[in-house]
Design a binder for this molecule. Structure first.
Ligand code: ZN
Length: 233
């Protein structure tokens, strides 16, 4: 019986939905994020606001929501030449991956999350990775996560469960999952306080939240919200 979880929580729509999922499901929930000198600290600021709002607006979850962990991963920015950490334009590489791909990033995140979960005695690691409508990052795929679950469990001699609630659903269904977990109040919280835009744009407020409306992350979020809104209307 699993009762405790660590959520990879970036402050975006997906990880906030995963956090709500874990708060419904487990008795003790902690959060973790990594500062690797992202081009914009907007997400890192958004996550603190989201945690505060969840505590304030969802009293049934407040007592379950425990410690927040922030690890400094400046070294990741030092070893990777990608548009997430450098001021270069977004484009597709000849490998078929966008230049936002940081090789091994998610493997590193999962390893460090497991080390924290080990120390904090948390059984489940929840991450919002998705194979369905994102960029096909190979370190976010289901097989990679299954391999990581095995490697981390063996390598730390502790049985971890890696849970990926969003793996097989698209963005419209991610919005719907939030609606099922926390109703319109959670949907409104995600719209207002989570951040997804690659450009760090908090100047433009759209029906689906803040963002430039044009980068890949915004387009996915906007299209998903439109699909969700049409379905519940
Ligand atoms: Zn954007």
């Amino acid at each position: 019986m699993h009762t405790s979880a660590l959520i990879l929580f970036s402050g975006g729509q997906d990880s906030t939905t995963c956090l709500a999922h874990a708060l419904e499901r487990y008795q003790r929930v902690e959060t973790i994020a990594f500062d690797y000198r992202q081009r914009h600290s907007v997400e890192l600021e958004a996550r603190l606001v989201v945690l505060r709002e969840i505590r304030a607006q969802f009293p049934q979850w407040t007592h379950k929501l425990g410690e927040d962990h922030m690890l400094d991963l400046a070294v990741l920015g030092a070893v990777s030449e990608t548009s997430l950490t450098r001021n270069t334009a977004f484009k597709m590489e000849s490998t078929g991956l966008p230049n936002t791909f940081v090789p091994g990033r998610n493997l590193l995140f999962m390893t460090l999350a497991a080390a924290v979960a080990y120390r904090r005695d948390l059984q489940v690691i929840v991450t919002g990775v998705c194979e369905t409508d994102f960029s096909g990052y190979p370190d976010c795929r289901d097989d990679t996560m299954k391999a990581m679950q095995l490697a981390l469990s063996l390598g730390m001699d502790k049985r971890f469960l890696i849970e990926t609630p969003l793996m097989w659903i698209d963005k419209a269904r991610t919005w719907h999952m939030a609606y099922q977990l926390g109703g319109q109040r959670l949907v409104d919280l995600i719209v207002e306080h989570t951040h997804t835009c690659y450009l760090g744009d908090r100047a433009h407020r759209n029906a689906w939240g803040y963002g430039c409306g044009e980068c890949q992350a915004c387009v996915l979020r906007a299209n998903g919200f439109a699909g969700f809104s049409a379905a519940v209307a």
